[in-house]
Design a protein around this ligand. Structure first.
Ligand code: SAM
Ligand code: SF4
Length: 330
């Protein structure tokens, strides 16, 4: 699949549920209305659509959400998708998770061909952790991380940099991930979805500032490591680990974008920061043959836009993209 700007699409991210056991302050409002379960693609349908993408050239598949591991019976989807990794059609099957269920599933995930997981941890302070996630427990997530390590999964920690919340701890997170043998990625707050009372402008902490502060303590060495995604990586000389920065408000990654995103209702977003989308549920349900589905996927890729329009709307203080990150998947 090659889009109109010559980019080869090899990476599919799938939000398997919009639900979550946490309510992170930058991601969701305290009271969320989730989709009725009847709107969701079934696990069998998700398998069909992922398999179609793999036939069309996707090499890397990430399940996300919401919280992917809270979807009932999700391991049956991992097991069935595992056949593509064991068969060699897929280079990587992975997930982004808040870690709350990892203690239970890490070993099984490894058995399904998963080799790496991204786990979101914004703070190492238990009280603050519960404040940010509104209902999560740090000790449970740390147990999940230990299980992931024991199962032989490589771990990358995602940390959203939040002004006045975890900004004083970012150094400690670099040290901790170094000790644990985890990579670390800092993420700038993105203006996605209504989150209730708080303002994204209050949360916004530019990573340029974060990076300058980290350089007082750590030696950050440039690398040419790229994932085709929005992260720019350096190596921390003192820990030997990779450290990434995701700055979505800048456009510096659109030209190498290799990915598209599917929601749990079967809507395909060709760009995280644009509203244009393609309905894949209808062609999926229209026929037992995958031909209409594959045609719809190709048509969608032909419309992939050049880049995004993220801006935190300072005058109206409203999100630039109305859907929540948990809908399209982070
Ligand atoms: N629940 C899983 C988790 O938290 O890792 C997967 C889904 S979550 C939407 C994926 C990633 O998006 C997480 O690392 C989260 O911190 C990040 N995220 C959510 N809302 C965001 C926002 N408004 N700006 C930047 N990152 C956000
Ligand atoms: Fe849930 Fe992840 Fe969003 Fe937090 S960031 S509310 S864990 S989906």
């Amino acid at each position: 699949m090659i889009d109109p700007f010559g980019r080869t699409i090899t990476y599919l991210r799938v939000s398997v549920t919009d639900r979550c056991d946490f309510r992170c302050v930058y991601c969701m409002a305290e009271e969320m209305t989730f989709l009725p379960k009847s709107e969701l693609l079934t696990l069998e349908e998700l398998d069909r659509v992922c398999s179609a993408f793999i036939r069309l050239g996707v090499k890397k598949l990430r399940l996300t959400g919401g919280e992917p591991l809270v979807r009932r019976n999700i391991m049956s989807l991992f097991r069935s998708l595992g056949r593509h990794t064991h068969g060699g059609a897929l280079d990587e099957l992975t997930l982004t998770t808040n870690g709350s269920q990892l203690a239970r599933y890490a070993g099984e995930l490894r058995g399904c061909g998963v080799r790496r997981v991204n786990v979101s941890v914004d703070t190492l302070d238990p009280a603050k952790f519960t404040e940010i996630t509104r209902r999560g427990r740090l000790d449970v997530v740390l147990e999940g991380l230990a299980a992931a390590k024991a199962a032989g999964l490589a771990v990358k920690i995602n940390t959203v940099a939040l002004r006045g919340v975890n900004e004083s701890e970012l150094d400690d997170l670099v040290a901790w991930t170094g000790e644990q043998g985890f990579d670390l990625v800092f993420i700038e707050v993105m203006p996605m979805g209504d989150i209730g009372g708080e303002s994204r402008l209050d949360q916004y902490l530019p990573l340029s500032i974060v990076r300058a502060r980290l350089q007082r303590r750590w030696t950050l060495e440039e690398t040419d490591y790229r994932t085709g995604g929005p992260a720019r990586y350096v190596r921390v000389r003192e820990t030997g680990r990779r450290l990434g920065f995701i700055t979505p408000l800048t456009h510096n990654f659109c030209e190498s974008c290799n990915r598209v995103r599917l929601t749990c209702t079967g809507t395909l977003f060709m760009c995280l920061g644009q509203e244009d989308a393609a309905d894949l549920r209808t062609p999926l349900r229209q026929s037992e043959s995958d031909a209409p589905l594959e045609a719809a996927i190709r048509e969608a890729i032909d419309r992939k836009p050049k880049g995004h329009d993220f801006v935190i709307d300072r005058r109206h203080n409203r999100p630039a993209v109305s859907r929540h990150m948990s809908v399209t998947g982070g």
